[in-house]
Design a protein around this ligand. Structure first.
Ligand code: GTP
Ligand code: MG
Length: 297
């Protein structure tokens, strides 16, 4: 895009929405240039909205992205309803809606649902078709709205037109964050998310969906920060699985999480993990509020 020399700044919120596993978090990380939102091969990884900010001096623009959970067609329990609430709230707060389709799931019903969710009066929508790196030939864009941009968030292909389209729709106005700010949520949030990411990639089947992570203590000290976190599970039987034989499973989760946390914070940490049973935490408003998955009223 051409250099903006007029001195006018643009700033606004962009909600990234779409089906689960489409690559929304991967795209936000690519656009912001930092691994802020956790990414796993399992659907419904993201549970809340994750904010990522990029200030582009060439475009004189600040884009504030809201990564959202994957759409849940029929929420089955309170956590899934809360996830849908995050999507709707992000859309309400957004100036631009960045709606994503998944090349590997060309399901007309899913496409229709995404288009409907993005159709908000007086709000611009930018459509992207992600994962086109998996296409053997030129992807067929005919099932998608006109102007849909084919991209690969993973390989960071064709992201410039996405940035241009977003910027064109951002309202004129002053920056809301200092230009070097990329995140707003506290370090504790990212620490808990990185532990959750590790659980999602190491534990099988339904187990990740029955877990949540709470950072109980986070003490900055030398030579290592001290972090103490609890992994919540919703049944006694899952506690044993999470800990594993002779504690091996939990140990592995701890080691992998610690590396990710150290990379993220850029300093060494001592990480202690505990597992606690909280029956049906994903069905209870009070628990969901404590975990930050539900807005405090
Ligand atoms: N081949 C390919 N894989 C991708 C691309 N973008 C994301 N993925 C993979 O798709 C999976 C899901 O990516 P996420 O970014 O977690 O997807 P999401 O839409 O945020 O998923 P939820 O938070 O669960 O809704 C991961 O295994 C990513 O590596 C892409 O452009 N190409
Ligand atoms: Mg996600």
């Amino acid at each position: 895009m051409e250099q903006n020399t007029t001195g006018t700044t643009r700033c606004g919120y962009i909600a990234i929405i779409g089906p689960p596993n489409a690559g929304k978090s991967t795209l936000m990380n690519a656009l912001v240039g930092e691994r802020l939102s956790i990414v796993t091969p399992k659907p419904h990884t993201t549970r809340t909205r994750v904010l990522g900010i990029i200030t582009d001096p060439n475009r004189n623009a600040q884009a504030i992205f809201l990564d959202t959970p994957g759409m849940v067609a029929e929420p089955r329990y309170r956590l899934q309803e809360a996830m849908m609430e995050h999507i709707h709230r992000s859309i309400r707060d957004a100036d631009v809606i960045l709606a994503m389709f998944d090349y590997t799931r060309p399901d007309p019903v899913l496409i229709q649902r995404t288009v409907e969710l993005a159709a908000v009066p007086d709000k611009a929508a930018v459509f992207v078709l992600n994962k086109v790196d998996l296409a053997e030939k030129e992807p067929d864009l005919s099932p998608y709205p006109e102007g849909t941009i084919p991209v690969s968030a993973l390989l960071e292909l064709n992201l410039r037109p996405v940035g241009d389209a977003i910027t064109a729709h951002l309202p004129e106005g002053p920056f809301l964050y200092p230009p070097d700010t990329i995140a707003e949520q506290p370090e504790r949030f990212f620490v808990a998310e990185l532990i959750r990411e590790t659980i999602f990639v190491t534990m099988k089947e339904e187990i990740p969906y029955t877990t949540a992570v709470v950072v109980e203590e986070f003490i900055e000290r030398t030579p290592k920060d001290y972090i103490n976190a609890t992994i919540l599970v919703d049944r006694d039987s899952q506690k044993g699985i999470m800990i594993g034989r002779k504690g091996q499973q939990l140990k592995q989760i701890g080691q992998l999480s610690r590396k990710k946390i150290e990379d993220f914070l850029g300093r060494p940490v001592y990480l202690e993990l505990f597992v606690k049973v909280k029956r049906d935490w994903m069905k209870k408003d009070s628990e969901l509020r404590d975990l930050g998955y539900l807005e405090r009223k």
